[in-house]
Design a protein around this ligand. Sequence first.
Ligand SMILES: Cc1ncc(COP(=O)(O)O)c(C=O)c1O
Length: 391
Amino acid sequence: MSYSARSRAIEPFHVMALLARANQLQAEGHDVIHLEIGEPDFTTAAPIVAAGQAALAAGHTRYTAARGLPQLREAIAGFYARRYRLTIDPERILITPGGSGALLLATSLLVDPGRHWLLADPGYPCNRHFLRLVEGGAQLVPVGPGERYQLTPELVARHWRAESVGALVASPANPTGTLLRRDELAALSAALRARGGHLLVDEIYHGLTYGVDAPSVLEVDDDAFVLNSFSKYFGMTGWRLGWLVAPEAAVPELEKLAQNLYISASTLAQHAALACFEEETLAILEERRGEFARRRDYLLPALRELGFGIAVEPEGAFYLYADIGAFGGDAFAFCRHFLEREFVAITPGVDFGRHLASRHVRFAYTQSLPRLEQAVERIARGLQSWQPDAL
Ligand SMILES: Cc1ncc(COP(=O)(O)O)c(C=O)c1O
């Protein structure tokens, strides 16, 4: 049986092999601390769950319009008005099955075969796979602490090729947690505009920033495409709901794609998400944001103290991307060592690209503070037994 080249070109998440082993160890009775998982440890906030239950009881079990429930699109537009002081026409908002659905729509719309997008490396791995799926490609741009792991106009100028048609950036970013400021977004937007390129900004970690607010690219560029999600800040990963904000002219094409690709996003999830923007829910989400901030404030200095290199203080998301150069050895072997010896699961850099990937690991602080403290104790101990050259 032969499968498509497109499918074969897509890499699995390498961390899945570690996760399978972690689950096996757990089944054998070991107390595994999961710092590899990119989703909030909190369950969905009670008012959202109640709204979902009420929607089910009321029989909201049919398809919605492909663009999504009008009242949810209006609620999101209201959220942009309150949080960002932005007027976004609800007609420009499409509700999607997760931010992943928004990525599928955007790449399907904007990428022709053989066309490339600029992506920061390290970055979210699925981006390049979505581009491959639509027969386009990713131009991976190595980034580091110098540019706070983000694309800059200079990097765009240096890496732009005849086949380049856009750039996809995430702010805050996964795996590094760094943000793009308003002036940086404006400069990036200008750099792409000058080349006739598109700008797609992944704002899925908005709301999860600590001490600063992340500006939306829509504050400086009304023509940018924005993907967002109910997964992270709103804590609804398993409900599979996100959205895309697009320029008005692109909406009919996107609607057509949505109709064909998935008909509509989950109706139940859309009704539940209406409760996301109520004061009561937002108060819970803000409390959780505070908890993530406390975790970051604990884990960041604790890891630095142990010798992990975290050159740039992450201001958002719930990840720390750490250089393990001080300890030597390969990141995948390093992750395996900590899992086997100390039952701490972390993600190897290879899952986020190629640039210095074997020297980096990602910690997700999606565990309670006491669990993080335990993890740090175990990591300190595991470093004593780490032999970089052992196979
Ligand atoms: C940067 C980034 N974008 C998009 C996604 C997709 O998330 P979802 O489909 O749950 O909205 C993720 C998930 O981890 C992510 O980290």
